[in-house]
Ligand binder design. Structure first.
Ligand SMILES: Nc1ncnc2c1ncn2[C@@H]1O[C@H](COP(=O)(O)OP(=O)(O)OP(=O)(O)O)[C@@H](O)[C@H]1O
Length: 356
């Protein structure tokens, strides 16, 4: 396993930038995810790491080695894409063995390595099955085995689960994570699915328009987003606009347009926020951090939407100047009805302040 260092990398397509001035270090053995909406530059970055694109500017290192202009087949990388690109009429073993044959391993070595990796992806009994006789999830595990059997320094995965249905996605996600942590291979994962990114990654890079927005652990990104884009993109949140009314070393009071005052902790603010009385701020409140009844930041409003999902009861509650999505984890309590009044509270620690 190797580290990946991206230094000042840009990729231009004519006048347009796919990515611009990217600086990034992925540690050896890390599960690192590129996350962002369509067109933000995830695949372009991955392709430069793979060697399918060369950077227009800047350098890429695997450990100390400059690979910026090295051909893909000289980089010792394993790759899995959303369309598995397996040979459908060949067997599982023939597919897995492909990269080893290209590398001219002996027959005995190939069989040993193929058997071993087939066991690791939980397909031990499937060596002689044809690819078109496998389920989508099994096919994706063959693709993974084929990428891993060459013992790559770096594993690149580009939306590998997007062709699978929801249940299989989750199962395969768990399998990929298990195999990755058993083998300890440095893994770079591309997705636009924030749940997937959160569940699998050691660290996540959130991208927008060819730029890095934030790099951090799933918890950092979820609990301490740098701005409204990240807060909105990672999970659901309520954003309420207001102005700073009062401030001291510990607390901030923010007044909304209809005169409501929210009190929160100063340390629960994005690092880029300046704290001056009169400044405009946004309060981010996660739906699951809102509770029923009286407490800190108590409010009473009218229910304009209600749904029961099994895990939770979700409400939208109108407070005239703003509305809040509220998620009450299923407690078998009475479910309130559309049009009813509801009293909610939000702990001071659950408010998070963002700049414009
Ligand atoms: N070969 C190309 N020629 C011209 N523009 C390109 C090319 N490849 C990518 N782009 C542009 O670069 C930007 C980044 O594209 P990229 O494919 O990296 O995005 P992405 O985040 O992977 O999106 P998606 O999730 O849709 O795959 C986009 O605006 C895209 O249109």
């Amino acid at each position: 396993m190797r580290s990946v260092n991206i230094e000042n990398v840009s990729k231009q397509f004519g006048q347009m930038y796919g990515v611009k001035d990217l600086n990034l270090e992925i540690k050896a053995g890390e599960f690192f995810t590129f996350l962002g909406p369509s067109g933000c530059g995830k695949t372009t970055t991955l392709r430069m790491i793979a060697g399918f694109y060369y950077p227009s500017k800047g350098k890429i290192f695997f450990d100390e080695r400059d690979v910026s202009r090295l051909q893909p087949n000289k980089r010792n990388i394993g790759m899995v894409f959303q369309n598995y690109a397996l040979f459908p009429h060949m067997t599982v073993d023939e597919n897995i063995a492909f990269g080893l044959q290209v590398r001219k391993f002996s027959k005995a070595e190939i069989q040993y390595k193929v058997d071993r990796i087939r066991g690791q992806v939980h397909l031990a009994a499937y060596g002689n099955r044809k690819i078109n006789e496998l389920s989508g999830g099994q096919q994706q595990r063959v693709a993974l085995a084929r990428a891993l059997v060459i013992e790559p320094d770096i594993l690149l995965l580009d939306e590998p689960l997007s062709n699978l249905d929801a249940k299989l996605r989750e199962e395969t996600r768990i399998e990929i994570k298990r195999i990755q942590s058993e083998l300890g291979v440095t893994t770079i994962y591309v997705t636009h699915d924030q749940m997937e990114a959160m569940a699998m990654s050691d660290r996540i890079m959130v991208m927008e328009n060819g730029h890095i927005k934030q790099i951090g652990t799933p918890q950092e990104i979820y609990n301490r987003p740098v701005d409204r884009f990240v807060a909105n993109f990672i999970g659901e949140t309520n954003l309420i606009e207001g102005t700073i009314q009062e401030i001291n070393d510990e607390d901030i009071k923010v007044k909304t347009a209809n005169g409501h005052i929210f009190t929160g902790r100063k340390q629960q603010s994005s690092p880029t926020l300046t704290h001056m009385i009169g400044d405009k701020v946004f309060i981010s409140i996660r739906p699951e951090s809102i509770h029923l009844g009286v407490g800190d930041n108590t409010l009473t409003g009218k229910i304009t939407f209600v749904e029961f999902t099994g895990i939770s009861v979700n409400y939208i509650v109108d407070f005239t100047a703003f509305s809040l999505k509220v998620m009450i984890i299923n407690s078998y309590d009475h479910i309130k009805k559309l049009g009813e009044d509801i009293t909610i509270n939000i702990a001071h620690d659950s408010l998070y302040f963002l700049g414009e």
